[in-house]
Design a protein around this ligand. Structure first.
Ligand SMILES: Cc1ncc(COP(=O)(O)O)c(C=O)c1O
Length: 383
């Protein structure tokens, strides 16, 4: 009798990020694949972590997060968006957005619940839904500008729909929702009283050309049924510290914390104290959009002489490049060839689609030092 454990995620193999980063190493290629900065986080933040470790803040934090960090998140959310969340009952500190997403999805999804996810989609959404027995309802964002497919959204919602997961600014599409989109979500909420929104807002501080982040926290209609997820990794150049948080009304936070306590119980104590101090000053996040816009513009102007076509990203630190004028290859093959033959590692777009949809595009991460972007663009101009 075969008594082996079954594979709960048979469709999941090595992630494309691991594959491309490994290939980058093997071929000594410039790595624009995985989404992390290759420059340092603020010196002050490092000093604060060091300070709290040396001062002995090295034991378990309270389950929902260090109280003074939750209070600072409360204040920051009020300053940035004018939205009030109660630090005791509506804010939970997590080990990055990935844990926040998994926890939130697990907390509200039961077998048979329908869950709407937009593609191209960040890779952690679907496995979390599957493990809870949810039924994934993938909707492709509009081709070209990766805007929301409103007719399909309205046609897909049924009384079985548990949640709709929205990521804005969107990775990898680089699109950002508009005020009109948020109004349409309000209408949708009015017509579907049981519908919950999970908002993956990890790039909330990286928007370009004067765009603003239309967060659901600012809507009286959407806020009471939204779980909003943020990541310190993306906003403070600290992806390796894995620290984020969830804003959600009390009835949802109660469900979320039940899962959170058994998944991690609590997260890194000295880093929570460091962020509690660092969050008092908004200077870093206020500058983030212009910091990354300059990098986007530098990279895009350098590749403008190449055969790649592009539509400048509206937000995030990713830029899509259309290679259809260069090759008709599928995107995995093209990305592999780019790494091996031209020395630039990028991410193909098809792994962000359940059906490996081909768009003729690849994704590059421009959260890199200027000299790295310049060297990579030079190589891309030779393709
Ligand atoms: C859209 C999106 N959501 C969530 C995450 C995960 O964030 P964290 O590193 O805080 O877990 C990422 C990281 O790349 C992302 O791009």
């Amino acid at each position: 009798m075969n008594n082996s454990p079954i594979d709960k995620l048979p469709a999941s193999g090595e992630s494309i990020f691991a594959t491309m980063s490994r290939m980058a190493l093997e071929h000594n290629a410039i790595n624009l694949s995985q989404g992390f900065p290759d420059f340092e986080c603020p010196e002050k933040l490092k000093e604060l972590v060091d300070h709290y470790i040396k001062k002995g803040f090295n034991q378990y934090a309270p389950m929902p997060g260090v109280p003074r960090l939750r209070e600072e998140i409360q204040e920051k959310t009020l300053r940035m968006y004018g939205s009030h969340y109660n630090a005791d009952s509506e804010i939970t500190v997590t080990a990055g957005a990935t844990q926040a997403l998994y926890t939130a999805i697990t907390a509200i999804t039961s077998p048979g619940d329908e869950c709407i996810v937009f593609e191209p989609a960040y890779d952690s959404y679907m496995p979390a839904i599957q493990l809870s027995g949810g039924v994934i309802k993938p909707l492709k964002l509009n081709s070209g500008d990766f805007s929301l497919p409103w007719d399909e959204i309205r046609n897909t919602i049924t009384e079985k729909t548990r949640f709709l997961l929205l990521n804005t600014p969107q990775n990898p599409g680089g699109s950002v929702i508009t005020e009109d989109d948020r109004k349409q979500f309000e209408e949708l909420a009015g017509k579907n009283p049981g519908l919950i929104f999970i908002c993956d807002d990890v790039y909330e501080n990286i928007l370009f050309d004067g765009r603003v982040h239309y967060t659901f926290t600012q809507s009286e209609i959407l806020k009471p049924r939204s779980i909003v997820i943020s990541s310190f990794g993306k906003s403070y150049h600290t992806t390796g510290w894995k620290m984020g948080y969830i804003l959600a009304p009390e009835y949802l936070t109660k469900l979320i914390r039940k899962i959170h306590q058994f998944l991690v119980f609590s997260v890194n104590t000295p880093i929570q104290h460091a962020f509690a101090d660092f969050l008092k000053d908004d200077a870093h996040t206020r500058e983030l959009s212009s910091f990354y816009q300059r990098k986007r513009d530098l990279f895009n102007s350098l590749v403008s002489g190449s055969k790649f076509k592009l539509r400048p990203a509206e937000g995030t630190y990713f830029q899509l490049l259309d290679y259809s004028a260069i090759s008709g290859e599928n995107d995995r093959k093209f990305a592999e060839r780019l790494t091996k033959e031209y020395g630039v590692a990028v991410i193909p777009l098809s792994p962000f689609y359940g059906d490996e949809h081909q768009t003729g595009m690849i994704r590059v991460c421009f959260a890199k030092r200027d000299e790295v972007l310049t060297a990579a663009a030079e190589k891309l101009c030779m393709v």
